[in-house]
Design a protein around this ligand. Structure first.
Ligand code: K2U
Ligand code: ZN
Length: 181
């Protein structure tokens, strides 16, 4: 028996990422009731989708699943997956820093956003165990960016209305042209 059918069966299928200004991106996610096989299957597909899209984080909201699930991997080697289920920011440093951000749901757009430099987060892991994460640097920024997604917030909402409207019109035009192609 050739190997390839087994390899095809084991790679979780990718999920479609919603693109701004899709209104579904503004849905507030609900807590996960129980960490079961359904959630573990979702997590697998979210990681496959995030790695395929060269992202360092992905929130379930972005794949039109409105439950409080985040996957992250900020490592250079792309082999340090982090799962946050029902995450809660327990503490965020008063010290903030403005950093350049992008978003898989806002392709091609990068701009500055002010974030707390460090955060302390409690969440369940993929086995349903409670974890506390002390994060700083890019991990802290990514966690805050993904937590915004679970609250239905996209990073362009921190920008001026003028910038946000320009981005909205640019992406709507690009989406229309893609549909015509
Ligand atoms: O939520 C997402 O779309 C994932 C973001 C996470 C992120 C945004 C800003 C700053 C840190 C993390 C994507 O990973 S955006 C693409 C990207 C890739 C590497 C570094 C920064 C942004
Ligand atoms: Zn994003």
């Amino acid at each position: 028996m050739p190997l390839w059918p087994i390899l095809i069966m084991t790679s979780p299928s990718l999920l479609d990422i919603l693109c701004y200004p899709d209104p579904r991106l503004h849905t507030v996610a609900q807590p996960v009731p129980v960490v079961d096989e359904r959630i573990r299957g979702l997590i697998e597909r979210m990681f496959a989708t995030m790695y395929d899209a060269h992202g360092i984080g992905l929130a379930a909201t972005q794949v039109d699943v409105h439950e409080r699930v985040i996957v992250i991997d900020v490592s250079e080697t792309r082999d340090q997956p982090l799962v946050l289920i029902n995450p809660k920011i327990e503490w965020a440093s008063p010290e903030t820093r403005r950093g350049e951000e992008g978003c898989l749901s806002v392709p091609g757009i990068y701009d500055g956003v002010e974030r707390s430099v460090s955060v302390r987060v409690t969440a369940l892991d993929g086995e349903g165990q409670s974890r506390t994460i002390e994060a700083e640097g890019m991990l802290a920024v990514c966690i805050q960016h993904e937590m915004d997604h679970l609250m239905g917030k996209v990073f362009v909402e921190y920008l001026s209305p003028l910038k946000r409207n320009r981005i909205k019109h640019k992406l709507v035009k690009a989406h229309r042209e893609a549909l015509r192609a």
